[in-house]
Design a protein around this ligand. Structure first.
Ligand SMILES: [Zn+2]
Length: 453
């Protein structure tokens, strides 16, 4: 455990909500890496890569205050991670907290998978103690994978939302979540109704939205599980509070797309269902988007909504391959997400490695730079949070992950043979996972990692 002693005269040290006092001045030594802008596909020697080998990153009052090549004066608490990689914490734009219980479940596609595994697991969150335990475990797991911000689906139960927000507030984390809306095509114990759901949403928004680093997302699970009246209610919430987020799923799997076409015969497409109910805007996060057409891509670009690309989930459930290049060529935004438990790991590194393969299957190549950008500044930008997260910019909140370049004999062997920075980072991305994580800080506070083993 690093010292958290500060040196700041007679003032009381700052205290995070529910936490220990934090040092006001921390200096982290290591190889500082972040991306200044989207490096694009194919560009291995990108000018957008900011890499300062063996530098000190200065963190003051939870924010990044500077960088320098020489050691700071003794008033700074020093965390020496020389020879390690210091990056912004990852941002996972789509993940389900209760689905840690069903990760790695065999043998189904989306609609079967929901009924067989997911809905029974989510039913347990009706019990507040189960929701609290699940939220604690989930947030702990995120941090243990180097993910410091996330856009999260809990369950339909209000207790699951309260629990997640409470845990995130306690750690001063940037977290976006909201009550899942489902009033049809789900087991009775997971169904709400329009009036009750609206009342609970309003209560939760008033309690949590804008508190600490938290934000509320209006969260219809997906078009098939909400009635027209419920989707209209969700659109109504967004129309009176445009700073709310919206999260849902779209066009993940072909059977699902066919089902939506039957349920909403007047809509031009699956995505168009959400447009009709006022759910699309720059704060909309839509998971998957595998089966979209040119009109959908144009609509995404027009409204500024983002697709949360979930490669491990799309491969595991056999859903399909995202045409990332075509989306971006149309002007749509793409972030990257684990989608656990359809996804198979909370590790953004493993997710990026699978994203590379999804592009490779379509004759395209994802550089380490493009991948790392998308998981950090790119996601922050798509969420409208670039001023706060996703980079090592001065003034940003110090959500930082420190990584070992290589965590196994094979990876160390490969790392030693790398001839360029991109080659080194690409091997790190392809071979790395949570075992590479050395340390993580949330708003400048070192996360105390659970004992391993
Ligand atoms: Zn999902």
């Amino acid at each position: 455990m690093p010292s958290t002693q500060g040196n700041h005269g007679g003032d009381d040290p700052p205290r995070e909500p529910g936490g220990e006092p934090v040092s006001r001045r921390i200096a982290i030594r290591g190889d500082l890496l972040d991306l200044l802008d989207d490096p694009g596909f194919d560009v291995v020697d990108s000018p957008e890569v900011r890499f300062d080998a063996d530098h000190w990153l200065l963190v003051e009052d939870g924010r990044i205050a500077g960088r320098q090549s020489h050691a700071p004066d003794p008033s700074w608490t020093r965390l020496d991670h020389s020879g390690r990689l210091v990056m912004p914490g990852f941002i996972d734009t789509h993940v389900h907290s209760p689905q840690l219980d069903v990760i790695a479940s065999y043998g189904t596609e989306l609609l079967d998978w929901l009924n067989t595994y997911t809905f029974p697991a989510e039913s347990r969150y009706a019990i507040a103690a189960a929701a609290r335990y699940g939220a604690q475990l989930f947030v702990e797991c995120l941090l243990e994978h180097g993910t410091t911000s996330a856009v999260v689906f809990p369950t339909v139960h209000k207790a699951s939302v309260d629990a997640l927000f409470e845990v995130a507030l306690d750690r001063n984390m940037r977290l976006i979540t909201g009550k899942v809306l489902m009033d049809r095509h789900a087991p009775p114990e997971l169904r709400d109704d329009v009036e009750g759901a609206e009342r609970e949403c309003v209560e939760l928004i008033e309690r949590w939205h804008g508190r600490g680093r938290l934000a509320y997302a209006v969260t219809p699970r997906f078009a098939p599980t909400s009635s027209d009246a419920q989707l209209a209610m969700a659109g109504g919430l967004l129309s009176v509070a445009p700073d709310l987020y919206m999260q849902t799923h779209v066009a993940e799997n072909r059977d699902e797309v066919r089902w939506v076409a039957e349920l909403f015969p007047d809509a031009l497409s699956y995505l168009d269902v959400y447009r009709r109910f006022g759910l699309l805007g720059p704060r909309a996060v839509l998971a998957h988007g595998v089966w979209l057409d040119g009109d959908d891509r144009a609509l995404l670009a027009e409204c500024g909504a983002q697709i949360a690309h979930s490669p491990t989930s799309n491969l595991f459930l056999g859903s399909g391959l995202l045409d990332w290049r075509r989306l971006e060529a149309a002007g749509a935004r793409v972030s990257i997400a684990t989608d656990v438990g359809g996804g198979t790991s909370l590790s953004m590194l493993r997710t990026l490695a699978e994203a590379y393969k999804v592009q490779a299957l379509q004759g395209s190549r994802l550089t380490a730079w493009k991948a790392l950008y998308t998981a950090t500044r790119g996601a922050a930008r798509a969420l409208g949070l670039e001023h706060e997260i996703g980079s090592l910019d001065i003034g940003s909140t110090a959500d930082i992950a420190v990584w070992n370049y290589a965590a196994s004999p094979l990876a160390r062997h490969r790392d030693a043979l790398a001839r360029s920075l991109h080659e080194r980072l690409f091997a790190f991305m392809t071979l790395g996972d949570e075992r590479n994580l050395e340390s993580v800080l949330v708003a400048g506070t070192p996360h105390v990692r659970a004992a391993s083993g």
